[in-house]
Write a protein that binds this ligand. Structure first.
Ligand SMILES: *Cc1c(COP(=O)(O)O)cnc(C)c1O
Length: 435
């Protein structure tokens, strides 16, 4: 973000951060959130903050339950009966999909199972699943179990693409692994530790050419990065709503199924995925709902989805394109400050694990340090909330809806002062139970 004061104010000055905030058209959204008092919150990639909009929707949901009771399934506005489809349509612009291709349901790992069970069809030589060695562990547990369910052995049938540098995965290496022995691939859109954003359209095109069903785990990209799933012809995807979507701890998740696959019978069906008009016929024959709604399993939680409704309105107001532009400006500014302040050299010794190119960055910056766990604790003592991923990654996520440039500036100052003053050496070693 270019500003006039740059001529006279050095980028590392506090005044520069304040000038960036003053010039930021998205700055007013910050007041729509409950910010933890006295804290600089940079952990929105793990748990997003509560907005007033989400809070209001939750209170409305309680009121509807109070006054409508069972009548709410049809009489609530909008009716609870089509909650998943309705919120799916509101989410669709964030993933570049037609409304019927998205449904809000389940949770990340549950949706992974529902989709992989459906689209993993090992046959003849094509038995393998491709994922990456830097995946979130839940995905690897689930994929190994799916291989087992088909009588396979994960040691041979689950191929984890290795990383050359322990941080990133090379797209060319993934594509080379999509041989005629591969039935399905599941990739993270953004790697949870380093924050690398994979080239989704390139991978989707390569998978199609090779006859591999390819899905994306978008837990770290939904709400942070624009997606264009229909145009990129992605097969399927899923995500959670409690990170950048700010829908609250354990909020209901979401999934995408390309129109090409509508009508495929879900492998883990439940009555909530039945053709809506006949669901209450209670008949035993299976009729898939049209679109992604067929992958719902059971009754969705009204209370775990109400905050999402409020939050999605904020996204519609701000626009994911504008949010992405600010996010890149903020992560770029954070990286610049670390460099210009000398924090990447001794005696500080921080490193950056996130790709420098904007097009390969998700929403957070992975700041590495051998004393990572203790520095993360010392930052919290100072009121800066990062999160930490073993063994040495301090993740800092400026969230464009509520993080200011001044927050970023304060976080970098804290990184410097913690090490300069040896503050981290006074704390306990080792990570916390939830880190
Ligand atoms: C956060 C996250 C999950 C979490 O799974 P849940 O089922 O929602 O607990 C899964 N995968 C990735 C990549 C994540 O970042």
């Amino acid at each position: 973000m270019a500003i006039d004061t740059a001529i006279v104010t050095p980028v590392t000055a506090e005044a520069y951060a304040l000038a960036l905030d003053a010039a930021d058209p998205l700055a007013p959204f910050r007041d729509r959130f409950h910010l933890p008092p006295g804290r600089v919150y940079l952990d929105g990639n793990s748990l997003g903050l509560l907005s007033r909009d989400a809070e209001r929707e939750t209170l409305t949901a309680l009121e509807q339950w109070k006054t409508l009771a069972v009548g709410g399934w049809l009489e609530a506005d909008p009716p609870w009966f089509t909650l998943g489809e309705d919120l799916g349509a509101m989410t669709a612009p964030l993933v570049g999909a037609e409304p019927g291709s998205v449904v809000v349901a389940g949770g990340t790992t549950v949706n992974l199972h529902a989709l992989v069970a459906t689209f993993y069809r090992p046959e003849g030589r094509r038995r393998k699943i491709v994922a990456t060695a830097l995946d979130f562990p839940s995905d690897v547990y689930a994929l190994a179990a799916q291989v087992h369910l088909h009588g396979g052995d994960p040691a041979t049938d689950l191929v984890l693409i290795p990383s050359d540098d322990g941080r990133t995965i090379d797209e060319a290496g993934i594509i080379a692994a999509l041989t005629d022995e591969v039935a399905l691939a599941l990739l993270p859109s953004v790697l949870y530790r380093s924050g690398q954003l994979l080239d989704i359209p390139r991978l989707a095109a390569a998978a199609r050419e090779r006859g591999v069903s390819l899905g994306f785990d978008c837990a770290h990209s939904i709400g942070a990065v624009p997606h264009d799933f229909d145009a990129w012809d992605v097969d399927w995807a899923f995500w959670c709503s409690y990170k950048y979507l700010n829908a609250g701890p354990g909020a209901i998740g979401g999934l995408y199924v390309n129109r090409r696959h509508w009508g495929t019978a879900p492998a883990l069906p439940g009555w909530w995925g039945y053709e809506k008009a006949r669901q209450f016929d209670m008949a035993f024959d299976w009729r898939s709902a049209e679109g992604a709604g067929a992958w719902q399993i059971g009754t969705p939680s009204l209370l775990a989805s109400a905050p999402l409704r409020g939050s999605l309105r904020l996204f519609a107001e701000a626009g994911i394109g504008a949010l992405r532009a600010k996010s890149l400006a903020q992560t770029g500014y954070l990286i610049d400050l670390l460099e210009m302040d000398g924090l990447l050299a001794p005696p500080f010794g921080y490193g950056i694990g996130t790709p420098r190119e904007a097009a390969r960055r998700g929403g957070h910056v992975a700041v590495e340090h051998p004393e990572g766990p203790r520095i993360a604790r010392a930052l919290k003592v100072r009121g800066v909330v990062p999160d930490f991923r073993a063994p040495n990654v301090i993740r800092l996520a400026p969230v464009p809806l509520y993080t200011s440039f001044h927050d970023v500036w304060q976080a970098v100052r804290a990184l410097r002062e913690v090490v300069a003053g040896g503050e981290h050496l006074r704390g306990e070693a080792g990570r916390e139970l939830v880190a």
